[in-house]
Design a protein around this ligand. Structure first.
Ligand code: ADP
Ligand code: MG
Length: 233
């Protein structure tokens, strides 16, 4: 069946907030397993709403949203935590716990899903920290790290449970160009290892150079969707 290759599928999705604000309008989009997609568009165009709808932090108010062939709108409250395990998220402002060290910040994601064995957590966390280039920083606290390093911790935390989807909402918004590139390369590496990646960004240079699929939204609607696209907002 054709549907089975679509990891994420939206059919005429709308999101209307209680204020009456229509953040997404008639959005239809399919993302296949293993894709890397940039989502671009000016501020207020609905990008974060799209990410939140995928996480079921906001409810769609029309249309259908499928993730891994599951209708997201139909998830029961008790199913939501399990559903969210399939998705890793990274934000512009890192959102690390300031009073926990690097190891603990990542380990917490494993404990939340019920992994209890210390050795197993240690193995997974250290493996992940190595992958993001932070081996040896386990005991550091977030404030002792650069912005780029903090974002690497956030990526390790998002990936440690091996989700099938990684969502990043302006992950380089607080970083200088060099660190931005390193973070994007890291997201590309996660994609190469099999994770489907969706990245919201305003970084023209990176979008233009990476030659990935680029979906552009404007006022809640998709206005272009290009393979090997560029930043056209
Ligand atoms: P972007 O991430 O592209 O900047 P958002 O998805 O955050 O855009 O917002 C899209 C639109 O929805 C904007 O007009 C914004 O003001 C509005 N919006 C976002 N969140 C809410 C909310 N919780 N309640 C009402 N309106 C919202
Ligand atoms: Mg946003």
């Amino acid at each position: 069946m054709v549907e089975q290759v679509d990891l994420i599928r939206l059919n005429q999705v709308g999101v209307r907030y209680q204020t009456g604000n229509e953040a997404l309008k008639d959005v239809s989009l399919s993302i296949k397993k293993g894709e890397f997609v940039f989502l671009v568009g000016s501020s207020g165009s609905g990008k974060s709403t799209f990410i939140k709808a995928l996480l079921r932090e906001v409810r769609t108010t029309s249309g259908e949203l499928f993730v891994e062939n599951k209708r997201v709108e139909k998830l029961k409250r008790r199913e939501i935590p399990f559903y969210r395990r399939r998705i890793g998220v990274v934000f512009q402002e890192f959102r690390l716990l300031g009073d926990r060290n690097v190891f603990e910040n990542v380990a917490l994601a494993q404990r939340v899903i019920g992994i209890a064995r210390k050795e197993k957590i240690k193995k997974n966390v250290c493996e992940m920290l190595k992958m993001v280039g932070l081996a040896g920083k386990e005991k550091a606290y977030p404030k002792e790290l650069s912005g780029g390093e903090q974002q690497r911790v956030a990526i390790a935390r998002a990936m440690v449970n091996r989700p099938s989807i990684l969502l990043a909402d302006e992950p380089t918004g607080n970083l200088d160009p060099e660190n931005s590139w390193e973070i994007m390369r890291l997201l590309e590496e996660m994609n190469r290892l099999g994770t489907t990646v969706v990245v919201v960004t305003h970084n023209h240079e990176i979008v233009d150079q990476m030659k990935k699929r680029v979906v552009t939204v404007q006022k809640g609607r998709i206005v272009s969707d290009m393979m090997q696209g560029g930043y056209e907002v």
